[in-house]
Write a protein of this length. Sequence first.
Lengths: 527, 164
Amino acid sequence: MIRSSVLISGDPLSLSRGAADTKLAIEAELSFYGLEDEVQVGYTGRVNRTDVLPVVVVYPEGTVYGPVTPKDGAAIVDEHLYKGRKLEHLIVSAEVAAAEIDTLEPAGDTLYGQKRVVLRRAGTIDPYSIEDYIAYDGYFALGKALSEMTPNDVLQTVKNSGLQGRGGAGFPTGLKWTFVSEQPEPVHYIVCNADESEPGTFKDRLIVEGDPHAVLEAMALAGYAVGASEGWIYIRGEYAMAKDILNHAIGQAEEMNVLGDNILGSDFSFHIHVHAGAGAYVCGEETALLNSLEGERGMPRIRPPYPTVRGFRGKPTVVNNVETLANVPPIILNGADWFRAIGTERSPGTKVYTMLGDVNVTGLVETPMGTTLREIIELYGGGMKGGKTFKAAQTGGSSGTIIPTELLDVPMDFVSMREKGAGLGSGALLICDEDTDIVDLAYVLVRFFKTESCGKCTPCRVGNAQMLEALERLRMGMARRADLERLEEIANYVVESSFCGLGQAAPVPILTGLRYFRDEFEARLRD
Amino acid sequence: MESNADEVLALVDKVVDAHHVDAEALVEILREINEESGHLSRGHLLHIADRLGLPVSKVYSVASFYSMISLKPLGRHVIRFCQDAPCHVVGGQEVWDALEHELGIPFGETTLDGEWSLLTTSCIGACAVGPVMMVDDNIYGNLTPDKVHDIIQRYQLETERGQA
């Protein structure tokens, strides 16, 4: 009989700090005491705090230890699991643990106001265990859909929930599914976009690493709703661990018949394949992703036709982001009204953010839509680092908007942000204090786009190179007023005439930077 | 001419067969061969094209598009330093300078002794501990110029020990 579980953080950072050795040491010590049948040991994927990694969480107490060396791991077995005494000096303080690790109350979803829908399991279950997933309502939504709901019921529930795409654009998910389900072509596909390459964003990695079955279950639900029997997960080539976790999860799910042929004895069959990329930012753009999935250069296709009409292999295809999909099983299980009660009227649900830069605590935060940036910085970021003053934030990754203090109190949801000319994008929140040089920041961002432009269309390929030249001159104090005017002119031109979303969004930080911090650009001019 | 034609043939055959000779898996095939051999040689490209029934130009075109696939030999250790904004605003420039200084080569180059290649990478999703770099498959975070010095020394010590 299992009386305790021990979970070790297995994210890449923890592994680089020896988490695998810690796990081995714990297992060795357990078998020394003959406890191997009573204590379950596994990895957990998601931990917010990085300075205490690797952490070890002991259940049922929910004690969090960190950072844990192999020697400490053995001591945890000796003292805590064998003798029943906690190792006080290794315990991560309760406040930190409650706010940042989310392991003390697996059932509770309000920690300092955090509302966990997408991340409700991540960090509390072993991602290598389908039993853990099932124990937390896993595959219940799929079971409910297959036994009590028609495909159209599932479609309508997602539509009524008001779920919007979490990849950045905020397009209504139910509508996208409807477009695909209405296509007369009989073969449809589901594609999960896990090519998370927007700088500053790692939420999808942590969802996949912490709760892989949630993505699989959601894809099966999408397949049932739109009439698809095959799905692909396109994951970044850099996310090797996440890919292994997914492949392992698919194997388990097929064994349990929650994926594969005639799922749970029904007429519905669904198969999922994992395909890894090889390093290209543009592959996050859905049509470039589809090209890469077909073994081509990851260059975008013309839209329309949209993937909902002609997608993977030319067939109608749903392309959804990881976070979007992770919302689907709880919506099916709890209903559209439950989901609509979270967040704002125009953007229901929660949003997962990655908070970075000059705040005291960096990491992952999930809050209801409509939480303001000021609240997020104060409540979850622990305020500005070193007591400095907030100057700007870039929301949504490298193609995101640079926003000033005036927008700190805007409720962050897709619609409210758009009305202010800002965006949520991928959910990355790069917080910058008073010392930040906006011109330098703009230079680094444009350098990124010049590197990542796929070269297909001239505005993006040449425009980013020319913007970079202007910013180099500015940065060195060599620019004239005409250079600044030209920078702005080219930026607008690139937005208006680029072929795909990469080029259209690339100048956004320049344009918003100029809108709110023009004086800093002008101060660098030599005339 | 490939001096190790048998090795090239065997590796390509192994990976292509594992993907059921499916041209749709070309990106994965290229990446996996690159992972095992460090880079893709002309011989790799020729044999991949042959096995998948594709023009060599097509294979080259796809291989040259992706940053994780290299068409030229790299050093024994490859450093990939993140040059994106989240790492930049927390001290990335100093680390960048320290890496070039420490290895004596600019970004994009390989040291003459073939030990080190210094490359940039796009975000690797470890932004909460920036600045970040990868040395081969290992991620190092919260980098400072001093830490860079220590890490490189550690690898060099291991090499010396291996030779002794």
